[in-house]
Design a binder for this molecule. Structure first.
Ligand code: ATP
Length: 235
């Protein structure tokens, strides 16, 4: 479904990605783990077209997308949930969700998707008229995921969904991530600093160091890998 071929991405003169290649198959949950500054967020930004790669190519459903505008990439079926959630604090829950569907014209299906996200996160239905900024951190993460789902993505990019949240909330959110994958066959690309958690929900994982992929394996094997345990699992 998604293929990155030797992509190199820069911020001005700073090279953040030094030739990243990876693949994601339809229906998978894959995770990209690595230390702070390794280039995980930049990989997501490259896929979503916000920071396009300077060289290399990204293919989505067989089509090259590295020169495609971010809004077109959303329309093709890729939605990103940014790090730090970035919901609209002064808009209501419902208005935030409407923003996620802004490229769509199929009004009846939008209502069905709204019902679906409210079934995933009933608390959002209760708070539908409340301003986004008044929600708790966990509820804001739920809203950010729901907003991305309102674009009906085939591929959902999640950047650090566990960041700054209490363990119980994180557990709840990860259960829902599995559910979204299972029920809708939505493919999920998960970036996490919490490698232990990420490898427990993912089918496969990639390890990134200093702008490069250094390991690729099944999540199970990565969890058992001595080097991974030492560097990322605190064992
Ligand atoms: P984190 O978990 O902190 O988000 P990360 O693995 O996602 O880490 P990136 O945010 O992708 O890492 O950063 C990769 C490299 O690019 C780092 O060296 C970082 O300093 C640099 N970088 C990131 N954003 C910018 C920017 N806007 N301008 C310049 N350099 C940047």
């Amino acid at each position: 479904m998604l293929k990155l071929e030797a992509i190199k991405t820069y911020y001005g003169n700073i090279q953040a990605l030094k030739g990243v290649s990876l693949e994601v198959q339809t229906g998978e949950i894959i995770t990209l783990i690595g230390a702070n500054g390794a280039g995980k967020t930049t990989t997501l930004m490259s896929i979503s077209g916000i920071v396009p790669p300077r060289t290399g190519e990204i293919y989505f459903m067989g089509k090259p997308i590295s020169r495609v505008n971010p809004d077109k990439i959303v329309a093709m079926g890729i939605s990103q949930v940014p790090e730090g959630r970035r919901i609209f604090p002064y808009l209501s829950v419902l208005e935030n969700l409407d923003m996620g569907a802004f490229l769509r014209k199929d009004k009846r299906d939008i209502q069905a998707d709204l019902d679906y996200v409210f079934s995933l996160f009933p608390i959002l239905a209760e708070r539908r008229n409340q301003a986004g900024g008044t929600l708790s951190g966990g509820e804001q993460q739920m809203l950010a995921i729901s907003r991305a789902l309102m674009a009906r993505p085939r591929l959902l990019l999640l950047d650090e969904p566990s960041l700054g949240l209490a363990p119980l909330i994180v557990k709840q959110i990860f259960e829902i991530i599995k559910k979204i994958n299972r029920e809708n066959n939505t493919t999920i690309f998960l970036v996490e600093q919490n490698a232990n958690l990420a490898l427990k929900v993912a089918h496969r994982g990639y390890v990134m160091e200093n702008g490069k992929i250094t390991l690729a394996d099944s999540a199970e094997s990565l969890l058992a890998n001595e080097a991974v345990k030492k560097a990322y699992l605190g064992i």
